[in-house]
Write a protein that binds this ligand. Structure first.
Ligand SMILES: [Zn+2]
Ligand SMILES: [Zn+2]
Length: 160
């Protein structure tokens, strides 16, 4: 974790730990909302990650641990995508779906806890009734971009 009091690389003012109330990143159809994101900031404010490894840790935590908790179907077909239920294999509705939000509380290396909401449309399987995102693979593909949008919206500068 970057230590409080470290000089800001841009203006040399001391950095302090800060939490940002709410930051959102959209990569349709995913919306990520991070509440209380811990950052380091000077008074300017120039903002930085709480630590160098923070962004990759957060990405891995979301992709490896949070996404698998979201029920999801499978995409089939290379050009004309069709989606099949992850539970029973029945075809999923091609469009529509209701927005659902999955929240998780995370903390990194002694930072205060923060919350990540992953929201996306969920469709209901006509075969078994399981509600799910259309494609788990698609979620894993879009999530990194949504997270980058969050960091940009937070005004975080790349280190160095
Ligand atoms: Zn600064
Ligand atoms: Zn099903």
């Amino acid at each position: 974790m970057t230590e409080a009091g470290t000089p800001c690389p841009l203006c040399k003012a001391p950095l302090a730990a800060l939490q940002l109330a709410e930051t959102t990143g959209d990569e349709a159809p995913i919306r990520l909302t991070v509440r209380n994101l811990p950052v380091m900031a000077c008074a300017a404010p120039h903002r930085y990650f709480a630590g160098q490894k923070f962004p990759i840790w957060l990405l891995n935590a979301l992709v490896d641990e949070e996404l698998p908790k979201i029920p999801a179907g499978k995409a089939k077909g290379l050009i004309f995508k069709k989606y099949a239920c992850g539970s029973c294999g029945a075809p999923l509705p091609a469009a529509g779906g209701e927005a659902r939000t999955f929240s998780t509380s995370l903390a990194w290396n002694g930072t205060p806890a923060f919350t990540v909401d992953v929201a996306m449309p969920m469709v209901r399987c006509t075969g078994c009734g399981q509600e799910q995102a259309r494609s788990g693979e698609e979620l894993a593909k879009l999530l990194p971009a949504a997270l980058v949008h969050v960091f940009m919206a937070a005004g975080i500068k790349a280190p160095g």
